[in-house]
Design a binder for this molecule. Structure first.
Ligand SMILES: C[S@@+](CC[C@H](N)C(=O)[O-])C[C@H]1O[C@@H](n2cnc3c(N)ncnc32)[C@H](O)[C@@H]1O
Length: 301
C-alpha cells in the first residue's frame, strides 16, 4: 500500500469546545459605552440584563475583526474611520428579528375585511392605489403577508392597486427579506391555496413569486431619525414589535411622526404588547393594537 495513503492523517488542531465558544469578558465601562452608542444611533435601550446576550452576539464579531477585547472594540467604534461601517454590524448583532407570516392574524383580517375596503369606499381621490408601510419589516414575512392579503382583496376592487414600503434598520435582514426565500417551517402559517398561489417551491424551501414581490420596495430606514419628506400619504403603517425596544419618549416621538405620515383615515398597527395608552396622541382606538387617524384630521399641526 502506498505509504503516504496508509498514514493516519494528522488531526487538525481543534481547540476544546468550551475554549472555542468562550465569549470575551466585558466590563461595565465598555458595556455602558456600547449601550450609549446604540442608544444614540437607533434609540434601542439595552437593559442591563441583556448584557450577556450582547456579549454572546458580539464575541463573534470581535473574533472576525481580530480584536482581543471589548475595550479595543469600543476604541475601534470611536475611530471616525470605522464608526459608520461598524455601527451597521453592531446594530445587526443586537437587534432581534423574530417575526412570522400572518403574525397576530387578526390584524391581517382587519386590513383585508375592514380597513382597506373602508379606505377604498371613502376615497374621493384620483390615485387608485393603496400605500402601506411595514416600518420594521425584519426578514419580510410581514410585508409579504400584507401583499397576499391585498392581492386577494383587490380582486374584488378592479382598477385598484397597492404598493408596500418595507423598511428596517438592519441591512443584513433587509437583504434576506428582499431574497424572499423561506424554510418550509416558516411558511407553515400560510394556507395551502395561498402558498401555491404566491410561492415557488424548491427543495424544502419556498420563494415568493416575482409578481407578488414586485409591489414591495425595501429601504433602510432608522425610525429614530427624522423621516424623509417622501414618507407621506400612507393608508396604513405596520409598526409592530419594535416600539418595545425604545424608551417612552422615543416611542411617543415615533408615533407622532407616524401620525404625520398617514393620510386622514389611515391606520396604525402596533404589536400586541404595544399600546398608545397613557400617551398624548390624536389617534382613535379601533381594535387591540390598531389605531386610526381621524378622517377629517389635517396634517398642518
Ligand atoms: C421583532 S422584529 C419585528 C418584525 C415585524 N414587524 C413583526 O412584528 O413581526 C423588530 C425589527 O425592528 C428592527 N429595528 C430595531 N430598531 C430599529 C430602528 N431604530 N429603526 C428601524 N427598525 C428597527 C429590527 O432590526 C427588527 O428587524
Amino acid at each position: 500500500m502506498n505509504a503516504i495513503l496508509s498514514k493516519t492523517p494528522p488531526r487538525p488542531a481543534v481547540r476544546p469546545l468550551h475554549q472555542a465558544a468562550a465569549p470575551f469578558p466585558m466590563n461595565d465601562r465598555d458595556f455602558d459605552a456600547l449601550r450609549q452608542l446604540v442608544y444614540e444611533q437607533c434609540a434601542i435601550d439595552i437593559r442591563p440584563h441583556k448584557k450577556q446576550l450582547m456579549i454572546n452576539r458580539l464575541t463573534k464579531r470581535l473574533r472576525l475583526l481580530g480584536l482581543p477585547s471589548f475595550t479595543q472594540y469600543v476604541d475601534y467604534l470611536c475611530n471616525d474611520r470605522h464608526r459608520e461601517q461598524e455601527l451597521v454590524h453592531l446594530i445587526d448583532a443586537i437587534t432581534t428579528n423574530k417575526t412570522d407570516f400572518f403574525r397576530e392574524s387578526k390584524h391581517f383580517s382587519f386590513l383585508e375585511e375592514v380597513a382597506a375596503p373602508e379606505i377604498i369606499r371613502r376615497a374621493g381621490r384620483s390615485e387608485r392605489r393603496l400605500r402601506i408601510w411595514s416600518a420594521a419589516c425584519s426578514s419580510g414575512e410581514e410585508p409579504y403577508s400584507i401583499t397576499i392579503c391585498l392581492n386577494e382583496m383587490l380582486q374584488r376592487h378592479p382598477g385598484w392597486s397597492f404598493e408596500i414600503l418595507a423598511s428596517d434598520i438592519s441591512e443584513a435582514i433587509l437583504q434576506q427579506a428582499a431574497g424572499g426565500i423561506y424554510d418550509a417551517s416558516k411558511v407553515a402559517p400560510i394556507p395551502m391555496n395561498l402558498l401555491r398561489k404566491y410561492f415557488l417551491r424548491g427543495h424544502n424551501r419556498f420563494k415568493i413569486k416575482p409578481q407578488a414581490a414586485r409591489s414591495v420596495n425595501f429601504q433602510k430606514i432608522n425610525l429614530k431619525s427624522d423621516f424623509h419628506r417622501s414618507l407621506s400619504n400612507m393608508d396604513a403603517i405596520f409598526c409592530r414589535n419594535v416600539l418595545i425596544y425604545f424608551d417612552r419618549t422615543t416611542q411617543a416621538d415615533i408615533i407622532q411622526k407616524c401620525w404625520h405620515v398617514l393620510r386622514p383615515g389611515g391606520y396604525l398597527f402596533l404589536g400586541h404588547s404595544e399600546t398608545l395608552q397613557g400617551m398624548k396622541t390624536d389617534f382613535h382606538y379601533r381594535l387591540p393594537a390598531v389605531y386610526q387617524k381621524g378622517i377629517h384630521e389635517s396634517n398642518r399641526r
